[in-house]
Design a protein. Structure first.
Length: 300
């Protein structure tokens, strides 16, 4: 399916428009959940909620790869917070909790959508280039990404909440350790926001540090075709196991690429590999093929 102007507008503004409503729509639910807590816990939680909301709004208003990582951490966190508020509400979940869950769910779904990813990675693009995100490695979608997200969120909030509850020793220790763990987890998640195929006037560039040490630049005159991968192809697999339709970039003549070193030995010496065609898996293959046609490349 082609990306329309309406899709571009939605991807650009929907995250911010939904996010800006959260304090007004989800606020009453959080208020109910915090009522039984001590004054200091209420203060820490309120400051945290407002702080994360402000950071999320700033990220949603200024598209970039950093902003994409930010909203894809905070929007699901808002959903988790709304679910917690519904569970612990003193009088049970009612309309306020249901509405909070609905708006937080919408925010999470929109922030994780492909159209938002496309608009945000292009927010930090340069000149006449078009970035199209790649799908994450399949194995990472089955647990590691979710674990990294939990560590990032829990690492940021657990320690401060313990301090608010006057659990000083554990609170200080967990705050320090938690922030370190959160920073490492966020860094890992951010790597997923910096993987894409780029169309530039000179040709195409495949940028994926999980598969390549350096970006694979293919000049226009060396691109034979771009299209869906054919069954039984002998093309070099750079999909890193991503799920979904893979595309095949076929060259007019062999070129050298430098694969990424194995995860267990990042200092390993990697020798260049000669390729005639490569496979990659974009989030939306149709958008890649549309852009290739627009730039007058051969689409097979």
């Amino acid at each position: 399916m082609s990306m329309t102007s309406a899709s571009r507008t939605f991807g650009r503004w929907a995250p911010a428009l939904i996010w800006v409503t959260l304090p007004f729509i989800a606020g009453p639910s959080f208020g109910h959940a915090l009522d039984p807590r001590s004054g200091d816990v209420q203060l820490v939680a309120s400051l945290g909620l407002w702080g994360f909301w402000a950071i999320g709004l700033a990220a949603a208003l200024v598209p970039s790869t950093v902003s994409l990582t930010t909203i894809r951490i905070l929007a699901p966190a808002a959903l988790a917070a709304a679910a917690w508020a519904a569970v612990v509400a003193p009088d049970g979940a009612d309309t306020a909790e249901s509405v909070a869950m609905a708006i937080a769910s919408l925010s999470a779904v929109v922030s994780l959508s492909a159209v938002v990813g496309d608009r945000f990675v292009n927010g930090s693009s340069y000149g006449d280039e078009r970035r199209l995100p790649l799908r994450p490695p399949g194995v990472l979608t089955l647990g590691p990404i979710q674990i990294a997200w939990v560590l990032a969120v829990a690492g940021m909030i657990t320690g401060p909440l313990l301090l608010g509850a006057h659990v000083w020793t554990a609170g200080i220790a967990i705050t320090v350790v938690g922030f370190v763990v959160a920073a490492a987890s966020i860094r890992i998640l951010h790597q997923l926001s910096k993987r894409w195929v780029v169309f530039v006037p000179a040709g195409m560039v495949l940028v994926d540090q999980m598969a390549l040490t350096d970006g694979m630049l293919t000049q226009r005159h060396r691109i034979a075709s771009v299209g869906p991968a054919v069954e039984g192809t002998d093309a070099t697999d750079l999909t890193v196991g991503a799920l979904g339709l893979a595309l095949q970039l076929t060259l007019t003549e062999p070129d050298d690429i430098i694969p990424a070193p194995p995860r267990r030995d990042r200092k390993a010496i990697i020798t260049p590999v000669e390729v005639r065609s490569v496979l990659f898996t974009p989030s939306r293959p149709g958008w890649v093929l549309d852009e290739a046609k627009r730039r007058r490349l051969v689409v097979s």
